[in-house]
Design a protein around this ligand. Structure first.
Ligand code: FE
Ligand code: FE
Ligand code: ZN
Length: 282
């Protein structure tokens, strides 16, 4: 069974996201934990969350994916930006425990000229300070397009972050693979998906791959741009995306669409199309 959903707006609360997901036949979804470009977070309403958990339980949803704000940069040069990353992630992770056992995805960050090694050390330092052995949430490092000074455009960088996390906390750190980002970073998922996954396995370990972001890309492989396209309207194409979601090594992972749809109905159509292709109907 394909476990697929999309990014949803959380402005009307958790139960509302569950209903939005049901309305488009999604079996998972992603949401921002707080304003993606600012910092504020609404306090959590446990009743609202428990209504979502009821919907998710009855419908058999897979694990959900929370997404940290884009402004979170644990490896900034600015102390105040790193302080925000610390505050926001610690606060988000404490709120995530209201919906136990799910994922919290974040962009590793941009080292802004300090160099990749310093970036990796700062990111791992934040995780070592914030993660708790008793937490039920797994944080996910997102594979990045390698735009500017982004950390995480190479599998080696994500592996280095995990390896710098204390052994007793390391199983709290997984990876989310974004198809647009890895393509833009230069990995050939169109012609050599098996090779890319073998490389991922060798460097990070496929057991640590916990979620997928399913996006087409407006740019050719290796462009380092990070501009998402609707499935079939970019350089990756529908066939290559379908090979990803059907790959035997990737079954059961939450597949989250982050395509530039105008509305929920657009995501509904994309989910429907991918479910049909997944089943091999066309
Ligand atoms: Fe992301
Ligand atoms: Fe993504
Ligand atoms: Zn992106």
């Amino acid at each position: 069974m394909l476990n697929i959903g999309c990014h949803l707006t959380s402005s009307k609360g958790y139960e509302n996201m569950g209903r939005q997901a049901l309305s488009i036949h999604a079996s998972t979804f992603q949401f921002f934990t707080r304003n993606p470009r600012g910092g504020s977070a609404k306090s959590i309403d446990p009743e609202d969350v428990s209504r979502l958990l009821k919907i998710a339980g009855e419908a058999g949803f897979g694990r959900l994916v929370a997404h940290a704000p884009y402004t979170l940069n644990p490896c900034s040069k600015e102390q105040k930006t790193r302080d925000f990353a610390y505050m926001a992630m610690a606060d988000d992770l404490s709120r995530m425990e209201y919906l136990p056992g799910n994922y919290y995805n974040f962009h590793p960050g941009s080292h802004v000229g300090q160099g990749t090694e310093t970036g990796i050390a700062l990111i791992a330092g934040l995780l070592n300070d914030i993660l708790k052995p008793e937490q039920s949430t797994t944080v996910l490092l997102e594979t990045m397009a390698g735009k500017g000074s982004e950390v995480g455009g190479r599998f080696e960088e994500l592996a280095a972050i995990r390896e710098a996390v204390k052994p007793e906390l390391r199983d709290k750190v997984g990876v989310c693979l974004d198809t647009c980002h890895v393509h833009d970073a230069g990995y050939d998922i169109i012609n050599d998906l098996d090779g890319v996954l073998a490389e991922f396995d060798r460097i990070i370990g496929l057991a640590n791959l916990k979620a997928l972001h399913i996006n087409d890309s407006m740019n050719p492989r290796g462009a380092h741009k990070d501009r998402h396209a609707k499935i079939g309207e970019g350089h990756i194409g529908t066939d290559a995306i379908v090979r990803v979601i059907r790959h035997p090594a990737l079954q059961g992972l939450p597949c989250i669409l982050e395509t530039p749809q105008e509305d929920l109905a657009g995501y509904g159509e994309e989910i429907n199309m991918l479910r049909k292709k997944y089943e091999g109907a066309e």
